[in-house]
Design a binder for this molecule. Structure first.
Ligand SMILES: [Zn+2]
Length: 436
């Protein structure tokens, strides 16, 4: 990001400049003047947005990834590099008899590792569709999971109800790890001030560390996560960069409360490379993206978990209410629409047509509910004027802050080996090296 400026005027927030990493070469975004949505509440809402780029605007011929996505390249057929990554993952996790045998071997290993213990795996649970279906599968495969939910104060009550109902029905123990509210709020505000798209850095790190911390405490070797490259896709690195050192440095610069220290059983928001080394290499804790191994079709999964009392929270990622404010900020400040990689994944796996995806992203996503955005602002304890000030600051990326990125790049070959050996999920390697 070089030399881009944002200004707040009568037209709302206007981004313009010679180069914006979030939108190709030149961005001119036009917004409706901020309108009042509640008394005293002022949030600018973009009605019309024009992206004018010196680069030729282009959409992938197979999915809907376009030139607003950082790191995108196209081959001679007009197909993007994210599609190629999808095909590589499809080859690594084939839905064939060989793939099923691989899954059976993993399940046997998990069962064996849990002999004599109360649980044989830790399952991350958000109350959303993917993690709920993953928990259902674990029970179906005869495993004994402990469901772990990380609560940072922004949980959607619908998701909370889903977790209670589904775990009761499946006979699974649910453990909620509640973050220190002062810490999680302070981190969220720090990332708003840092002006990068990683507004959920605290939550993402908090979830990962809650899973590792619980696995350590229970002496469990397997952590199961509910992600799927076939339905969710992989976010470009610049749109979502995960790194404990990055969190610490941004918080050190913009935060005000002291973060508690790392303990292996209670890691808090600490997840540096050293902590990962401790959990993965020294303690031998493995992460398994279970949905990679099964034909995960959203509609079919939804029908199954609805039987268990699950309800759709209203939008993808809406198990977490902060996603409402985040989606809004990403759109108006960074020109980021995460549905581009979500829908692209569904298009590649034949669960949505490309035309439907292109049509859908023309509309502002329903997750941007003004009432919930207002609630998030209130919960953070900031004013609308403060939010407007953060929105007006020049967009940055993780590259503007000290992080472990250089170390991670240095570790490219060992990480590749670990991912080939399934010690870390393949997605981790691809995320850092093949996503822009
Ligand atoms: Zn593509």
């Amino acid at each position: 990001m070089v030399g881009c400026s944002l200004a707040v005027g009568r037209q709302g927030v206007v981004a313009q400049g010679p180069y914006n990493e979030f939108a190709g070469e030149l961005v001119v975004a036009e917004f409706e003047a901020p309108r009042r949505i509640e008394k005293g509440v002022q949030i600018g809402e973009m009605l019309q947005k024009k992206v004018i780029s010196k680069m030729e605007y282009k959409v992938c011929s197979r999915c809907i990834i376009d030139t607003t996505v950082p790191g995108v390249t196209f081959d001679e057929k007009g197909e993007c590099n994210f599609c190629k990554l999808h095909d590589r993952l499809e080859r690594a996790y084939p839905l064939t008899p060989e793939g099923s045998r691989k899954l059976a071997r993993i399940i046997e290993k998990i069962k064996k590792s849990g002999i004599g213990k109360k649980f044989d795996c830790i399952a991350g649970l958000s109350g959303g569709r993917d993690s709920t279906y993953t928990l259902y599968l674990l029970k179906k495969f005869g495993l004994r999971p402990l469901a772990v939910h990380f609560n940072d104060g922004f949980g959607n009550p619908v998701a909370g109800e889903n977790m209670r109902k589904v775990t009761a029905k499946l006979g699974v123990e649910l453990r909620t790890i509640t973050s220190d509210w002062r810490e999680s709020k302070d981190i969220k505000i720090a990332f708003l001030k840092a002006s990068t798209p990683d507004m959920e850095e605290g939550t993402d790190i908090g979830i990962a560390s809650a899973l590792y911390g619980t696995a350590f405490r229970e002496g469990v070797k397997y952590v199961i996560i509910g992600q799927s490259f076939r339905t969710e896709g992989i976010s470009p690195l610049v749109w979502n960069y995960l790194d404990g050192k990055y969190l610490k440095n941004v918080h050190r610069r913009f935060g005000s409360v002291k973060l508690r220290r790392w303990k292996p059983e209670d890691p808090g928001f600490n997840l540096d490379l050293w902590h990962l080394f401790y959990y993965i290499v020294l303690r031998g804790i493995r992460t398994v993206p279970l949905l990679y191994y099964v034909p995960y079709v959203r509609k079919e999964a939804e029908a199954i978990i609805t039987e268990l009392g699950w309800r759709y929270p209203g939008a993808h990622y809406y198990d977490d209410l902060y996603q409402s404010l985040m989606t809004y900020v990403l759109r108006v400040k960074f020109n980021i629409d995460r549905r581009k990689f979500n829908y692209s994944a569904l298009v590649r796996s034949g669960q949505m047509t490309r035309d439907e995806a292109l049509e859908r992203i023309k509309e502002v996503y329903v997750i941007e509910d003004p009432k919930i955005i207002d609630l998030c602002i209130k919960r953070l304890g900031i004013t609308h004027q403060e939010l407007d000030k953060y929105l007006a600051e020049a967009p940055k990326t993780f590259r503007d802050y000290p992080t472990s990125y250089n170390y991670i790049r240095f570790l490219r070959i060992p990480l590749r080996i670990l991912s080939t050996m399934n010690i870390i999920p393949a997605i981790v390697y691809d995320k850092y090296f093949n996503c822009g």
